[in-house]
Design a protein around this ligand. Sequence first.
Ligand code: A3P
Length: 326
Amino acid sequence: MAFANHEQANEENDLTLSLPKESGLGAAPYLHLFQDFWCPSYYVQGVNNFQKHFHAKDSDVFVASFPKSGTTWLKALAFVIVNHQRFSSFDHHPLLSSNPHQLVPFPEFILSHDLHDKILSLSNMSEPRVLGTHLPFPSLPESITKSNCKIIYICRNPFDTFVSAWEFFTKMKLVSSPALTFEEAFEKYCNGIMGFGPWWSHMLGYWKESITRPDKILFLKYEDLKEDTAFHVKRIVEFLDSPITQGGDSNAVIENIINVCGFEKMKDLEVNKSGDIDNIAEKKNFFRKGKIGDWINYFSPSMMEKLSKIIEEKLSGSGLSFKVHS
Ligand code: A3P
């Protein structure tokens, strides 16, 4: 990690060391309780820098999510839709030669180091910028909540999210990460301890905001997107006021968008089969099964009962619910 000077490095260490610490599933050996969410240790400073130094533009589009909820898929869809006029050929599309996380960066991750250069590279991105974030709604930089930029949020049923997180984070190259058993990781998850968790407050923060500000936040569920992709892609297109809907062949364009972002298509691309993102996550691990209901192969009856009760208790009265497929 390159720091501008020792003073900055010390400030960063002081901030991180002052926070409560836990082990849990996430993109770092430890999670720190920072502003009411469990922030992976590597990114505490990145979050802090994002909040202090990022300037949203009205044209920005943010893909927001709890980890392992379908972020990669939604980043791909949002990138293709937003850049439809710039990259109209689906045979030579940047998505065929770059992973969605390279095309749609997470500012809270990239601003963890080399702050000045990274701020510059973010402000030089071609507009409209498509960016990602795992931050809970209350921790977003003020310029995002106050500007006219748009947010598309995706969440997933908490059963599959946990299994996907277990399979993903236990394959990460983390130095001195305490090894958790599946049962231990599950207990932590039930207590809200996973990177960017608790998952319930993450979902509810965006859910409530999407109800009060439907022009600002479009709330999606992975299961809905899987079950009727065309319908929800059209919702995204309309939400973003994309000119795609104005053309006579909009259905054909939407079909092409869905195909280029399809699970099997993306998983089979050379660019997604090897190499890693930020030196810690192998690209191939972002494409595992892409199915609804894989949790049934992992959960004991008592785990199922426990998580069902927590979902009921935490989401009760909110209007947000999930079909639990098996
Ligand atoms: P599984 O682990 O259940 O297979 P995220 O992108 O937020 O990290 O979420 C990863 C999950 O989304 C993984 O789920 C992954 O397989 C799935 N996924 C990735 N790309 C997808 C796509 N194009 N369509 C559907 N699911 C996709």
